[in-house]
Design a protein around this ligand. Sequence first.
Ligand code: SAM
Length: 275
Amino acid sequence: MDFGAVREHYTTEDVVSRILAALRSVNGPGVPILPDTLAPIDHFHGKGVIATEELAAMLQPQANDHLLDIGCGIGGPARWMAAKFGCRVTGVDLTESFCAAARELNSLTGLADRVNILHGSALALPVPDAGFDRAYSQAVLMNISDKLGFLREALRALRPGGLLALSFVGAGPAGEPYYPLPWAVTAATSFLVTPDEIRADLLTAGFQIVTLRDTSEEVAAALAPVLRQLETDGLPPLGEHVVTGENAKEWRINSMRSLRDRHTSMIEALAHKPA
Ligand SMILES: C[S@@+](CC[C@H](N)C(=O)[O-])C[C@H]1O[C@@H](n2cnc3c(N)ncnc32)[C@H](O)[C@@H]1O
C-alpha cells in the first residue's frame, strides 16, 4: 500500500522549535524539558498522557524489557514508558519529520540511550524477528487498511510469549464519522473496523487474546468536558495543535462528536504471541 497521503497528512516542519517556544511561553524560559513537561503536547491521541498510562497498565512493562512502539509519532509515549519503567523502547514511524523530532526530543530529555527511533512502515517493520518483549500501538490502526498485515508484523517482531497492547479508534454503529479528523481529513485514509473484525484478525495473525474491549462509553464520558471546553474556549495554550496546527480544533471537535454520537468507537486489546 502507498502511504503517501498518510505521510503527507502528518508531515510538518520545525516541530521541536515550536514545542519549545510554546512550553517556554506557558511555563517560563527555564522549564525543564522532561517527558512530564512535554506530555500535554507529545501524546498524539484523544486522551493524551492518560491514555498512555492506561495502555501501560495493560502492558505492564518491566525494567529489563525492550518495547516496540509501532507508529510512535514524535515519541511522547515511548519517552514516557522509558522514563517511568526504566525499559528500552524502539519506536517506528512512517513520517520522517516526526522521527527527526522524536530523536531531537530524546536527546533533550536525556533519553537517547534508551529510546531509539526508526523510520519505516508498520507493514514492513525495520526490526529483527523476535527482538521485543512487548509491543504497543496507540492511535495508528485507523490509518492502516491491511490490519492483518500489521498484526503479522507485530507478531514477527515479538519474542514467543511477548505481549501486544493496542488502543485505537474503531467503527461506530451510527455510520460514518464526521470529517475532517485528526488522523484523516477524508474517508480515503481512514479504515475503521469493529471489535469483532479486529478480534478475527488478531486470531488469524496467530495471537491469543487476553482482553478486547469496546471502551467507547468511558472514553466519551471522560472527553465530554474536554469537548465542551474546546467548543466554548477554543484550544488551550498547550496541546497536540502546537505540532499539528490550528486545524486541530475542528479535527478534535469532530473526533469527540463522532465518538459521542457513536459514529466511531474506542477499542483496546491485549494479546500475546504463543510461547
Ligand atoms: C495519531 S498519531 C499517534 C502517534 C503516537 N502513537 C502517539 O500516540 O503519540 C499516528 C501516527 O501513526 C503513524 N503512522 C500511520 N501509518 C503508519 C504506518 N503504516 N507505519 C508506521 N507509522 C504509521 C503516523 O505517522 C503518526 O505518527
